[in-house]
Write a protein of this length. Structure first.
Length: 228
């Protein structure tokens, strides 16, 4: 349990299309909830062993959360939302354990930058050499028939030297860049259009991803996205 606590305190979560930060906020809250369950187990074990309860504290920091967002307003909202999420979880932690680190003064609100994720080196945002990094996101759904020149320019940067990329959905470049980014213990998972998993786009995209020695750990069959 102690080793798991240390692991939670070192995991990085990176959303290269973070918008206002929804995925980062959910990941932060879920890790904090898991941490509290572990701490309760440790307190029970310690009480049985010594008859005393140790003071619990959190190992999880906002600085473990990384994001890229093109829109400057959404980028600012993401930073603010992470601060609010930290405060909410500190309140829950205090109710459970009687004490929590103060939210104020505000500390570093995560590594969220405003930039074009196609042009930016992801390792400059979230270094991943020997770290356990989870890349996740809800990337833009744009079919190849709706590409603007800006979209084509973005894709040409990522698919440099590869053929037929103009016939792929815009969302495909996120998979390509993530495949190049992850290493060692890293994982990536995106909510995507189902078009890149059927028809002619399969042969255009997936061989380029699998050549990096990657494999699909899990996938969900298509479903309708019912909220905004």
């Amino acid at each position: 349990l102690q080793e798991l606590l240390q692991r939670l305190g070192s995991i990085k979560v990176f959303d290269p299309a973070c918008g206002s930060g929804n995925f980062l906020i959910i990941a932060y809250k879920e890790l904090r909830k898991l941490e509290m369950e572990i701490l309760k187990q440790l307190q029970e074990l310690e009480f049985k062993k010594t008859g005393q309860m140790f003071q619990a504290y959190t190992e999880i920091k906002l600085s473990q959360f990384y994001g890229i967002e093109l829109d400057d307003f959404a980028h600012e909202v993401a930073i603010l939302s992470l601060w609010l999420a930290e405060h909410q979880m500190n309140v829950e932690f205090k109710v459970e354990f009687g004490k929590a680190l103060p939210t104020l003064p505000l500390k570093h609100g995560g590594h969220v930058i405003s930039a074009n994720a196609t042009r930016y080196n992801w390792e400059d945002v979230c270094p991943n050499d020997n770290d356990e990094v989870y890349v996740c996101g809800n990337t833009p759904y744009l079919g190849q028939r709706t590409h603007t020149q800006n979209h084509i320019d973005d894709m040409s940067v990522v698919f440099d030297g590869l053929n037929n990329f103009k016939n792929l959905d815009y969302i495909s470049w996120w998979f390509m860049k993530a495949a190049r980014y992850i290493k060692n213990k890293n994982r990536f998972s995106f909510v995507t259009t189902n078009s890149i998993c059927q028809g002619s786009q399969v042969a255009m995209l997936w061989p380029h991803i699998f050549k990096y020695g990657l494999e699909i750990k899990f996938a969900y069959t298509p479903f309708k996205w019912k909220n905004n």
